[in-house]
Design a protein around this ligand. Sequence first.
Ligand code: GDP
Length: 495
Amino acid sequence: LRLGSATTSHDTDKLLGGLLSADGFDDERSCHSRFQSARYRRNAGKRPSPYLVSKLRQHEALQRRCGPGTDAYSNALEQLGSGKMQSYDGGECRYLVSISYSYQGLGNRILAATSAFLYAVLTGRVLLVDPSNHMGELFCEPFPNATWLLPPDSFPLKGYTNFSVETAESYGNMLKNNKIIKTDDAARMPPPAFVYIHLNHDASGGLDKLFFCDEDQRALRDIQWLLMRTDNYIVPGLFLLTGFQEELGMLFPEPDTVFHHLGRYLLHPNNHVWALVTRYYDAYLATARQRVGIQVRVFGADRESPELLKQITSCTRKENLLPELLTAAEPETANAVPAAARGQSKAVLVTSLKSWYYEKLKSMYWEQGTVTGEAVGVHQPSHEEYQRFRAKSHDTRAWAEMYLLSLTDVLVTTGASTFGYVAQGLGGLTPWVMYKPPANGSVVADPPCGRGVSMEPCFHDPPAYDCKTKKWADTGKIVPHVQHCEDVSWGLKLV
Ligand code: GDP
């Protein structure tokens, strides 16, 4: 494998500082990315805390003890199928099923599953990701000798993938209908067999968002099966819960590294995606002195926007990410530049549904020289034109491109895009974020971009309720490291 010139001691740390388990994956061939990713990352990233490492090992053991294929799992399915309210028997196997609408983009689904994983770890539940998320087709299994996928055929709740805010068993509806009581009397009431928690962006008005309150967490604790739907990165909301704060502090002494660590732990491209990533990297990015990622999130029906192109070039010039172009009046000085400088190059990786921005950037750096004499190569792996749903090859390319962006040295993202969030978090990169220009499409955003406040994703639909005062509140002011996002003003992110 080639890495360009520099190799660091971290390159050999293929288990990412203990984040990945050394045991249980005897056959490296079944998932190359697990063992090779460190060799492709110049930025070794942050080191996980020893506490996080030991907690992950414990969680893996829990998935093995209680997951599909075990007696404990068969018993738990039987209980769920019986549908009866049940007294909690203190058994250790409790479950969290993570579901997402299949029409959500891949970035959203990745953030949802990663958030669900953290909640499962915090609450000692087995995580099972519903396969209608199509996660199984893109990722390797993260847990040694255990699965993170729900076997759908034996799952007794029919129609669970269509559960919505209307579902009678949603947490909000069960509260409303007194099926769950949060007072001390609750101890005498047997808990329901399962509860569905609807934390999708359309949950705004419902009571499901009380999920982010401590007393509600106590009410949910003894329910054996929780099903959770979200399309969001709910992690900042978990940091608002007093009951989790101490544990989260030990797991993540640096709070702005949650997705960075959990993403690198969970999200391993399967061999097909990994082949796309590494072939592209080796062909276009490996030998460059510096790799610059530019994520241009546009939508299928968007026109080609000269203003957006200007925003991109203003951002990269202002922040010194790409060299200035010589103006037409200036003589070509390339030959006067010392040979050493001429040999150095920058590789720009553009990702977008459209090819227009890439074509323009590429021509610019071909038709004009740069003041530094550097050669700038511009590359874009695909242009899918429209966002598609339930299309495997489309998701495959999206995942490969998110991952390639995460291998760059500096990253420019489009604000509010979960696609960009995944790349920045995996890469350990604090991006330059291109904000949306004012609604009038004919102006260039000013400033064109700004440095993100952290590498964490933004929680776009956070609770706006203070559980202690029981009033609407600014949840960006409750704990110091949960603040509003730079790209979505009402969102919350860890800093
Ligand atoms: P978000 O909508 O920007 O938050 O990102 P998502 O990943 O959730 O949804 C956008 C979806 O559109 C992606 O998952 C892809 O399917 C597709 N898409 C958007 N931008 C790109 C791109 O640059 N490359 C590829 N291959 N697909 C993209």
